[in-house]
Design a binder for this molecule. Sequence first.
Ligand code: UD1
Ligand code: UDP
Length: 399
Amino acid sequence: MTLKVMTVFGTRPEAIKMAPLVLGLEQMSCFESVVCVTAQHRNMLDQVLSVFEIEPQYDLDLMSIDQDLYDVTASVLLGMRDVLSEACPDIVLVHGDTTTCLAASLAAFYQNIPIGHVEAGLRTGDLQAPFPEEANRLLVDGLSHYHFVPTQRAKQCLLSENISESRVFVTGNTVIDALLYVRDKVITYPIVRWQQLFGLDLFERIMSARRFLILITGHRRENFGQGFINLCTAIKVLAQRHPNWDLVYPVHLNPNVQRPVRAMLSRLDNVFLIGPQEYEAFVWLMQRCDLIVTDSGGIQEEGPALGKPVLVTREVTERPEAVEAKTVMLVGTDSGKIINSVEQVLLDPAMYQSMSTAHNPYGDGQAAACILEVLQRMSHSSNALKQFSIQRPKFNINM
Ligand code: UD1
Ligand code: UDP
C-alpha cells in the first residue's frame, strides 16, 4: 500500500531542509509524494525550488510585501483547508518553526490528519526569542504525532515536555543532507560561473588569499530596529578599520532589513550588499569565506559542517550544540561585542584554528533517509498504528 505524504513549506530555509525529503519521497514507490508550498516567501522560495528541481502540486502563492503574522497565518490556514480536503494525504510533514509550519499543522489537525514535525524539539525556553518561532515550534510539537529531531538534546527537550519517546526519532538535520548534496555539485562547476555571477571586482576579492572575507546575514524579527542598527554600525567600523577585509552581505528581502542595511552600509568600498543568493552560490560563498556573522538558524548548522567559525548575533540560541562544540559563538547585538569578537577570531590564529576544526553536531547527511525509513516502517507496522490509535483515538489513518 502506498502512503500519501504531503510536504508543506513556504520559506527559503524550510524549502532547503525539506528538499532532500521531497527528492527521497519521489524516488520511493511506497510513497505518493504531494508537495504544497504556501509561498510565504516568493522569490527566495522559487530560488530553492529551481535548484532542487521541485515542482509543487499546490502553490498558495500568498506572499505580500510587508506581510504581518496575521496575514500569513490566516492565508495559510484558509488555503490549506481546501488543499487538504482535495488531496486527502495520509500524513502531512511540516518543518521547523515558521508561520507556515504552525498554520499548516493547525489546518491538518482540524482535518484529523497526522502530522510529522521535521526539526522538532528545538527550544530556547524564551517565548520572545526567537519571536514568534519559539511559540510556533512548541505549538506544532503539541499537535504532531511524529517528531523527527536533529539531536539528542532536542529529544530530551521533548521528553521533558512529556511527549512519548516512541514518537520521537533522532535523525540528524536534513540541512546537512542538502548542504553536502549542493556542495558536491558546486565543486564541479567552472570557476568562471562565479566570476560572471559576482562581477570581476567582487570575484577577485572573494578569491584573494591576502584578504579576509566575512559573510553576513540577518533577518530575525527580535533584531528589527536597534539590533540591526547595532549590527550595521559594527560592520561599518570593521570595514573602515580593516580596509584589507571584505564584508559580503546578501540582504534578506524583508523591508525591515533592507531599509536600515541599505541606509547605513551602501557607500563603503569593502562592504558588498548583494541580493539573496541562490543556494548553490551561497554554499560557494560559505566555502570561500573566513568567518560568518549571522542570526540565521540554518547557517548556524551549515557553518560548522563546512569548518567555518560562526558568530551568532543573538542573545540566545535553540542550537547550543555547536556553541558547546566551540565552533559557534553567541555575540548578541551589541556593536562593541560584535566588533571585538570578529577581530578576536580573525586575528588570533589559535582561536581561529580551534573554531574551524571543531566537529559538526548536526548529522552526516543521512537525515532524510532516516525519516523516510521511519515513515516506511510506520506504514507497514500494525503495532505502530495500534499505538498511534490508542494515543489519538479519533484520528483516521489509512496507511
Ligand atoms: C520568515 C520566518 C522565519 C524564518 C525566515 C527565513 C515566520 C514568522 N518567520 O521570516 O522564521 O527564519 O522566514 O528567511 O514565519 N520577502 C520578499 N520576497 C521573498 C521573501 C520575503 O519580498 O522571497 C519580503 C516580503 O516583503 C515579506 C517580508 O519579506 O512580506 C517578510 O517575509 P516573512 O516570511 O513574513 O518574514 P521573514 O522575516 O522572511
Ligand atoms: N541562504 C541562501 N542564500 C542566501 C542566504 C542564505 O541560500 O543569500 C540559505 C542558507 O545557506 C541556509 C538558509 O538559507 O540554508 C537559511 O535561511 P534564513 O537565514 O533565511 O532562515 P533561518 O535558517 O534563520 O530560518
